[in-house]
Design a protein around this ligand. Structure first.
Ligand code: PLP
Length: 394
């Protein structure tokens, strides 16, 4: 059996989306900025996609620009927003959380090099960012605040609406990385009251290498790359029409199937956690007590290395992640779990299981069997586990 439980790293492309992408590549190949009929046809595809992405997010199509990735959308929002605000007002502070994806963390760190004051607010042990500290950091020097909607490692949902309210109170722009939430839960950017929001197609069954940035009507940012006047001059480059059209269709499919998918996927995730809790002692579900994405389960298996479990599961045909996929290969414990206060050993003992629409209850049973085997095998070899058992007996 082959089981893919790494949907937070990326999703497979939906078959109808793949068909559309292929058709676009072969038939709608013109530059959407060309004035001839071929170009008009391509432009129509792009505008339909813009409308579909906007509709998924509860906003208007003129508030969406297309980018080459979620990372690029985050960079454009944060750097383009903060730089312009500083030019206009002199404000030079950026506030974010310590549990952001590197697409935000590294971007804010880069602004430090431009003499912005930066604040990275830690999370509480349940995985929710400490809102008292976040709000305390916001002041009349703040140009921009950024808080992700759903954490990619734990799935824990963050109080973005509250953060936006406080950011606006001090006159700052509010950005949110909604990359992991889109397609997994309902995301209404109007309700969240954010000014800028980044998303990425490959997290909701569109191809990789296409993203979008929501820019609330009336909000101004400046470009961070320079070229032609595409996407209102904010993202110059010939548009990736097949990718954009694919993301548009994926957005429509996500919207049409959201309720059904949420209930199916959360049922599987909850059953999985129930079985793991019943069958494996000494585990901790990271973020398990906070509101979470319905598809994500981040579990620490005390006394062993998450990476070792990952390789055992891989041999059984099961794909999971230890830490976030973008930082795997590095030996350091996850910055997200560390920012929640987990000690390094427990952070390194963690595995992220992220479910998707094509998983089945039978796969859940299979994964639990293989997981039990792996954890038992690894703990038998772990001196820490033997010590802990010895202490329990005394
Ligand atoms: N933000 C979050 C929360 C993510 O999980 C990811 C991808 O893992 C990104 C941003 C980056 O998106 P992309 O891969 O499209 O650059």
């Amino acid at each position: 059996m082959r089981v893919y439980l790494d949907h937070n790293a990326t999703t497979p492309v939906n078959a109808d989306v793949a068909d559309l992408v292929r058709r676009c590549m072969l038939e709608v190949f013109a530059n959407p900025h060309s004035l001839h009929g071929f170009g008009v046809e391509a432009r129509r595809m792009v505008e339909e996609a813009r409308q579909r992405v906007a509709s998924l997010l509860g906003v208007d199509e003129d508030e969406i620009i297309f980018t080459g990735s979620g990372t690029e959308a985050d960079n454009l929002a944060i750097v383009g927003g903060a730089r312009l605000i500083r030019k206009k007002t002199g404000r030079n502070k950026v506030v974010t959380s310590a549990i952001e994806h590197p697409a935000v963390l590294r971007t804010v760190e880069a602004l430090k090099e431009e003499d912005f004051e930066t604040v990275f607010v830690p999370a509480k042990p349940n995985g929710v960012v400490d809102m008292d500290a976040f709000c305390e950091a916001l002041d009349d020097k703040t140009a921009l605040a950024s808080l992700m909607l759903a954490n990619n490692e734990t799935g824990v949902l963050q109080p973005v609406r509250e953060a936006a309210k406080r950011a606006h109170k001090v006159g700052a722009l509010m950005h949110s990385d909604v990359v992991q939430a889109v397609g997994k839960i309902e995301v209404n950017l109007r309700d969240l009251d954010v000014d800028l929001a980044a998303l990425s197609g490959h997290k909701f069954y569109a191809p990789k290498g296409v993203g979008a940035l929501f820019i609330r009507r009336g909000v101004r940012i400046e470009p961070i790359i320079f070229g032609g006047g595409h996407e209102r001059g904010l993202r110059p480059a010939t548009l990736n029409v097949p990718g954009i059209a694919g993301m548009g269709l994926a957005a429509k499919i996500a919207k049409d199937n959201l309720k059904e998918n949420v209930s199916k996927i959360s049922e599987m995730r909850d059953r999985f956690e129930q079985l793991v809790q019943e069958r494996i002692p000494e585990i901790a579900i990271n973020g398990g007590n906070a509101p979470r994405l319905p598809n994500t389960s981040n579990i620490s298996f005390r006394f062993i290395e998450g990476e070792a479990v990952l390789f055992d599961l891989d041999r059984a045909g099961i794909a999971v992640s230890s830490g976030s996929a973008c930082s795997s290969g590095k030996a350091e414990p996850s910055h997200v779990l560390t920012a929640m206060g987990l000690e390094a050993g427990l952070a390194r003992a963690s595995i992220r299981f992220s479910f998707g629409a094509a998983n089945s209850p039978e796969q859940v049973e299979y994964v639990v069997e293989k997981l039990v085997e792996s954890v038992e095998r690894l703990r038998k070899m772990s001196p820490l586990w033997e010590d802990a058992k010895g202490r329990q007996k005394q």
